[in-house]
Write a protein of this length. Structure first.
Length: 89
């Protein structure tokens, strides 16, 4: 990860820390990140940093948040297409 992105992740994590500290609510954290337009991989990386969890746990928190339903649908569709394409090979 380049220094600029790393700095951006750290800055957003600092802004998001109070949201997490308030009640340790992953849904509230994802809603906050979505509101400030922190999406995708960046949101997962911020979640990982703020929560202090593994990458897999951060991804699960991201994908299971109600406000991330569109991202989950895209992820599932992509994974299904990838699996189908592997069967064609």
């Amino acid at each position: 990860m380049d220094a600029e992105r790393e700095a951006r992740i750290a800055e957003v994590a600092a802004r998001a820390q109070p949201v997490w500290a308030e009640n340790h609510d992953g849904e509230a954290l994802q809603e906050f990140l979505k509101e400030i337009r922190c999406d995708g991989v960046d949101a997962v990386l911020v979640t990982r940093q703020v929560v202090g969890c593994s990458l897999g746990e951060a991804q699960e928190m991201f994908l299971t948040a109600r406000c991330r339903a569109a991202e989950l649908a895209f992820h599932n569709a992509f994974m299904e297409a990838l699996e189908r394409s592997q069967g064609d090979a």
